[in-house]
Design a protein around this ligand. Structure first.
Ligand SMILES: [Zn+2]
Length: 345
């Protein structure tokens, strides 16, 4: 079963305001994993996107450590604790990272993991060790959840950097999720990976990666065993993936894997920062079951800048037609991003 990296082009012929005929090119790509289409509407890059001329100033919350429930002076009294059969001390520490339940949970075991006591950190400026420690704190928590509830196999680590990306507090943190019911993506990717393995004996992300390494146009670089590339059919601005071929479990990863992931995440953030973007989402999901064929793949997507009256990156096209319309070719994203990986290698 060959993965289908297909794309087609359509043209819109219009008369411009100056009376000249214009041809606008739109590329429609199909994601080989999901089968979902995205559109690259190249001409929209000619539109001036508000608040991207320079890097935006920090959000108002950046100066409000006194009110922040995640800063250490308030943490003890302002954040919840886990039940004792999950975390005997209520919260879990790994070096400077502190993890505790989400006060407003999305699922049975939603938790929040803080990087450290720094209240505001601009995108791309965190330390690698800080990031790696926070990831490890999340993974250690997931191991405890699975010991307590072995059926809560649908797990994920996510990040919303700044309110424009869905973050409710600017204090840097990751979210950890574990549940018995599968999210849509867990269910879909799990089924797709299982079907692909049954048909080919291969992991679907391994097959995707092999093809992308051969092609080379969207391949960005490597940190440890993680391979970084621009998504062929992005469903977010400047979408970048990290694939760890042959690995299926967040809980099985070792310190070196997390440090390597952290190095790549920070390279991606520095790339996003170079584009004057200050908000992004990250997601890494897994099905923690021995027979899962879903390999680990992290996705990073830029969001509309957090700045006054910025236009959302999601229009009716995404929300009502279910198809992402971005405007930069993934090959261009990869080409611009590579130097950020070369520098840290
Ligand atoms: Zn804080």
């Amino acid at each position: 079963m060959e993965l289908d990296f297909s794309s087609r082009r359509v043209e819109a012929r219009i008369i411009g305001p100056d009376g000249r005929q214009l041809t606008r090119l739109i590329e429609i790509r199909k994601d080989p994993i999901t089968g979902r289409n995205c559109r690259i509407t190249y001409s929209r890059s000619l539109e001036k996107e508000a608040a991207t001329g320079t890097f935006p100033p920090p959000p108002p919350g950046a100066a409000k450590s006194a009110e922040c429930p995640f800063c250490s002076h308030r943490l003890e009294n302002a954040t919840p604790r886990a039940v004792s059969d999950l975390l005997p001390r209520g919260r879990q520490r790994y070096r400077d990272s502190v993890l505790f339940p989400n006060l407003f949970p999305y699922g049975a075991y939603s938790a929040v993991s803080l990087f450290d006591d720094r209240h505001f950190v601009e995108i791309g400026t965190a330390r690698v060790e800080t990031y790696a420690d926070c990831f490890i704190n999340c993974a250690n928590y997931l191991k405890k959840v699975l010991t307590k509830d072995p059926d809560a196999v649908y797990v994920a680590i996510t990040q919303n950097h700044l309110p424009a990306a869905g973050g409710s507090l600017v204090h840097p943190h990751l979210q950890v999720h574990a549940d018995r019911p599968a999210s849509n993506f867990h269910r879909f990717y799990q089924d797709r990976a299982a079907g692909f393995f049954q048909a080919t004996g291969e992991g679907i992300f391994s097959a995707y990666l092999e093809k992308e390494i051969r092609d080379g146009k969207r391949y960005i670089g490597r940190t440890g065993q993680w391979h970084w590339l621009a998504a062929f059919a992005p469903e977010g601005f400047f979408e970048i993936w990290a694939i760890l071929p042959g690995s299926f479990s967040i809980c099985d990863l070792e310190t070196g894997h997390w440090q390597a992931l952290a190095r790549g995440v920070l390279s991606a953030q520095r790339f996003f920062r170079s584009l004057n973007r200050n908000a992004y989402n990250l997601g890494l999901l897994a099905v923690e079951r021995g027979d899962s064929r879903l390999e680990l793949r992290a996705s990073l997507k830029v969001r509309a800048n957090y700045a006054p009256w910025v236009r959302s990156d999601f229009t009716a096209y995404e929300l009502m037609l279910g198809e992402m319309a971005t405007f930069v070719a993934p090959e261009q994203t990869a080409s611009k991003a590579r130097s950020f990986w070369d520098r840290q290698a």
